[in-house]
Design a protein around this ligand. Structure first.
Ligand SMILES: Cc1c2[nH]c(c1CCC(=O)O)Cc1[nH]c(c(CCC(=O)O)c1C)Cc1[nH]c(c(CCC(=O)O)c1C)Cc1[nH]c(c(C)c1CCC(=O)O)C2
Length: 378
């Protein structure tokens, strides 16, 4: 299926231009988890189908990926393939179930390092995860060039934590016990997950993904010291190896999102990713000062503002766009995934306000530039 017929030409490349550091007419916008339970049309699919059945059926994954693009017609500047970060533990041989109302559940998590023997030694992503590649190719055609398609993986530390905890956790005590008690084996596990991440991301680009995001959702659970040992080197390996494997002509922009790891922003901006996605614990000013223009910044409104009513949404978006600027090195987004309880109109207002304020800020910048040109000439 891969590369069988050429993809339709891209009509909106704002996201890719912003990622590459080129000027944009306004800041592009998309939202993490934009296809999900806050959408009634997604909940209707879930009545019919199990979560992982949707992920594994390209027609269904395509349909659900397009739901927010159709509903917010012309307001979203990117799509993200409908899947989950936990497809990698599945590809490594683990069972993962999605329990309605509870989240992911691993009936047999890794308890001791000896349990790593149960994991598949060398994972063939074209065998285990071909359904994601097929979903990407099908979605790319179905999008018909309206917006670019983003592929993604979970980062090694976050995936290792799920594989040991067996699901969500407040303290991550079991996963942390591993890194402190069995550091050598933890690095071995992280290395094995990294190998799968690299092959999976390369395959996603070959199947049609036009940008990639790496989700280190549990980065902030590690101290700065431990983040440097157990997260950062693997995030760095992923971007270096994916870009090397694809080569200069095929490589696509890559984003890293290490939620909670505010202390590592300087380091995250110099390991090879074009974009660093921020949670809401940064001000635009400090994030820009720390990253010194090395990367495009993405984010970062607290998703809970979407529950706070129209005034709160408009005021927060104003502050965010005015802080980050609109035309250079910025992609508007939330600071984490949209929550299932968000009203669909609140999401609509968020997107419309990003467009409105983004265009205003761009026009003001242009006027200021023209004024300073006249001054120089005069
Ligand atoms: C940690 C993580 C997971 N999955 C993901 C992350 C990283 C992002 C983050 O930090 O939030 C990534 C993810 N999961 C999903 C997407 C789809 C694409 C999109 O952004 O629209 C993406 C990018 C769909 C999903 N993944 C999940 C749902 C809801 C499940 C359902 O329909 O029952 C969706 C739409 C389930 C899921 N999957 C996961 C959890 C913890 C849960 C349960 C909590 C929740 O529902 O928000 C693991």
């Amino acid at each position: 299926m891969t590369e069988s017929k050429p993809f339709p030409p891209l009509k909106n490349d704002l996201l890719l231009r912003a990622a590459r550091g080129e000027k944009t007419e306004r800041a592009p916008v998309w939202v993490m988890r934009q296809a999900g339970r806050y959408l009634p049309e997604f909940r209707a699919e879930r009545v019919e189908h199990d979560f992982f059945k949707i992920c594994r059926t390209p027609e269904l994954a395509t349909k659900v990926t397009l739901q927010p693009i159709d509903r917010y017609d012309g307001l979203l500047d990117a799509s993200i393939i409908f899947s989950d970060i936990l497809v990698i533990p599945q590809a490594m041989g683990m069972t993962v179930e999605m329990v309605p109302g509870k989240g992911p559940h691993f009936p047999e998590p890794l308890v001791l390092p000896a349990d790593m023997a149960k994991l598949t030694k060398s994972v063939d992503v074209h065998k285990e995860l071909q359904y994601v590649f097929d979903a990407i190719t099908m979605t790319r055609h179905a999008l018909n060039g309206r917006v670019p398609l983003i592929g993604f993986v979970g980062a090694p530390w976050t995936l290792m934590a799920y594989m040991i905890e067996g699901g969500g956790s407040k303290t991550l005590s079991k996963a942390k016990e591993w890194v402190f008690k069995y550091p050598k084996e933890s690095h071995e596990l992280l290395g094995r997950i990294t190998d799968v991440c690299v092959d999976f991301l390369v395959g996603q680009v070959q199947a049609g993904a036009q940008m990639l995001q790496v989700f280190e959702s549990w980065g902030g659970e590690l101290s700065p010291h431990d983040f440097e040992l157990f997260s950062l080197p693997y995030l760095a390996q992923i971007v270096t190896r994916v870009k090397a494997k694809l080569g200069k002509d095929k490589a696509v922009p890559m984003t890293v999102f290490a939620k909670g790891s505010w202390y590592a922003l300087d380091k995250l901006s110099v390991i090879g990713y074009e974009v660093v996605s921020l949670d809401w614990t940064h001000t635009p000013e400090s994030a820009k000062a720390i990253t010194k223009g090395h990367v495009t910044l993405q984010g970062n409104m607290d998703p809970n503002v979407l529950l706070g009513g129209d005034e709160a949404i408009v005021a927060t978006v104003e502050r965010m766009i005015r802080g980050f600027g609109s035309t250079e090195r910025y992609i508007a987004n939330l600071g984490h995934g949209i929550l299932p309880s968000v009203p669909v109109d609140a999401m609509g207002l968020f997107l419309k306000t990003v467009h409105r304020v983004g265009l205003e800020v761009a026009a003001e910048a242009k006027a200021a530039e023209a004024a300073s040109d006249t001054k120089v000439l005069g």
